[in-house]
Design a protein around this ligand. Sequence first.
Ligand SMILES: Nc1ncnc2c1ncn2[C@@H]1O[C@H](COP(=O)(O)OP(=O)(O)OP(=O)(O)O)[C@@H](O)[C@H]1O
Ligand SMILES: [Mg+2]
Length: 418
Amino acid sequence: MKTARRQHSYRPSPTRLRGRSPFGAGAAKPRELAELRARLAEAKQTLRAIRTGEVDAVVVAGKQGPKVFTLEGAEHAYRVLIESMNEGALTLTADKTILYANECFARMVKCPLEQVIGSSFRGFLSAEDRAVLRPIMKHADKSGSKIQVLLIGVDGSQMPAQISIRPLARNGFNRATIGMVVTDLTEARHNEQMLRVLSQRLVQTQEAERGRVALELHDHVTQMLCAILVRSQALADKFSAREGPSKKEAMKLRELLGQTAEEVERISRDLRPSVLDELGLVLVLRNTSAEFARRTGVSVKLACAQLTARLPADTELTLYRILQEALRNVEKHARARHVTVRLRQQGAFVQLAINDDGIGFDPDHHPARRKGKGGVGLLSMRERATYVGGVLKVKSDRRIGTEIDVRIPLPARATASK
Ligand SMILES: Nc1ncnc2c1ncn2[C@@H]1O[C@H](COP(=O)(O)OP(=O)(O)OP(=O)(O)O)[C@@H](O)[C@H]1O
Ligand SMILES: [Mg+2]
């Protein structure tokens, strides 16, 4: 047995207290409660001592007399646990020399374990990741830090990984100060990628379907409504001045049909991506904003800077759909009085910002999201922006309102002609 630096005595729950609850009807007497509390404090102290490495052995009072548990045994159990982990585990000195690594980490970097130990952890990172890691290692506190890096194997292979960093206690000459767990993110990244492809396909299918419905509405429903409109006008004309009430009724019918045809045409236009080809982005944004203001009574201020070149079709469609969804949200949720829409070119990006002065919300904790049945509007805006390489930010405050800000990179030729 290893010589104990210090032994801790720990007495587990004695038989005479077993089965008694300190709570409820059969509550223990104050003296027994005090004894229980003292025992709990003692157990906590023992655990702390084991964790910090102050002791090498623990004496536990049992029915068959005291029993000594050496922590060599515990160390063995930890070692087995760490060696069988699917994560890489390491201890490093402050200058990132690897003192210990498990087999899993050696497999991750495709290097024999004996070569891994003693080498520098920096050798398994790109210069960029090294720079990010440096301050994190320096300032990592007991709660730990996590970063995502590309782990570089000795054969040049790259593996996306998450590194969890925790400082370890300094023990005498033990120079190990940092503990690390390295998790392989290859599968997670692959799944993310698959999800992204899937949702991109969904958006494409949705666009195709919208186009189809728009055409059906335009080619059939609107045409039929127009035909009925002409007939109803003819009917109204047939009534003489003496048949005043009937004529009035026919005129009213004609007017309603006219409004219906216009509404169907508007829906068809909103659904149709080709409207962008016909009118161009700026005019479509202008029409959409004007139509929104007319229908809802919310004033819309539009500021569109002249762009140096026509944007790629998928960027234009993304901006158009984002404006549509943002305005739908204003109508449904914001209770706003004013909306501002700004489109401008900012260096190599095109930026669209939609602000409202409504009730605002907490983007991270809105009620629908908490209940797990959130809408898909914000999500689909963000996904659409991502497909074209852009970034969408939502800023919202309960007293100020909401801002949707999207930036999409422009193709090189659009910025070059500036
Ligand atoms: N402009 C806004 N003003 C106030 N709250 C908003 C605004 N935009 C979004 N929200 C809040 O964010 C939530 C999520 O919006 P999102 O567009 O994702 O879903 P939805 O509008 O509820 O449903 P869907 O868009 O699927 O029809 C809304 O339910 C609402 O609480
Ligand atoms: Mg919505």
